[in-house]
Design a protein around this ligand. Sequence first.
Ligand code: GDP
Length: 295
Amino acid sequence: MVFESLADKLQQTFKKLRGRGKLSESDVADALKEVRMALLEADVNFKVVKDLVAKIKERAIGQEVLESLTPAQHVIKIVNEELTNLMGGTQSRIAIASRPPTVIMLVGLQGAGKTTTAGKLAHLLKRQGKRPLMVAADVYRPAAIKQLEVLGEQLEIPVFTMGQDNPVNIAKKAVDQALMMARDIVIIDTAGRLHINEELMNELKSIKQTVKPHEILLVVDAMTGQDAVNVAESFNNDLGLDGIILTKLDGDARGGAALSIKAVTGQPIKFAGMGEKLDALEPFHPDRMASRILG
Ligand code: GDP
């Protein structure tokens, strides 16, 4: 599970701190050095670590913390709060259009889990009482269309396809179709590439301009660490995002992407992929993630 090694290290550090009773400024400084190392080893962005540790330090070496009866508990609470803030503070929900359908565009590089996530998200929203329509707009990889159709059958959710037609046209027709079928959510699975390139971005921009999605969500693979953060930064700068779906958090990702992506891009993680199964998508809760790290 993600954060395993980071959680181990931080828990050891805080165990030592708790064993000490009264704390001096240098006790706290030593502990924070270990926190800093652990975060860097977890592949958290360097500047994010620097800012985070500075914030924790400023709060933790204050009189009321050091002179309290349980200073270590105070320090741990501060770390927990700052980790939570780093990941966005509170849960970020998707925007639901006042006039249906709500259009959600999923973007991302190949292999990140985009098509699977389209199915998972549709399933999650269906369980919440919505009526999703999935749209196969990844026309360069015929297998992706088939993959979405199979997911649709398994989930009993309709899939809109037009074969290898123009993706902008497909997206536009899909929204018309959703209106006719009274589907209130449209989830567009767009094309991925191995790397970001201009052609891909131009196509995504055209879809964006034409269907004006309420949510553009980037699907990124947590296992790719800081690469995921860089990809998110590029997509956000070029296309504009409304949030991130971080996949493969069930694997042994060190957690750097989860902890850095909001601070670096300004975009919150809205959902987390926790496995290959279709029910393995969860709303992302920063406070629960922080508590998982601190045990
Ligand atoms: P796409 O190229 O971005 O559309 O990626 P796919 O949806 O085809 O997914 C690529 C692989 O990642 C598949 O084997 C998925 O089962 C797997 N995958 C997607 N999300 C998760 C996740 O949250 N956890 C795990 N363990 N695997 C995932």
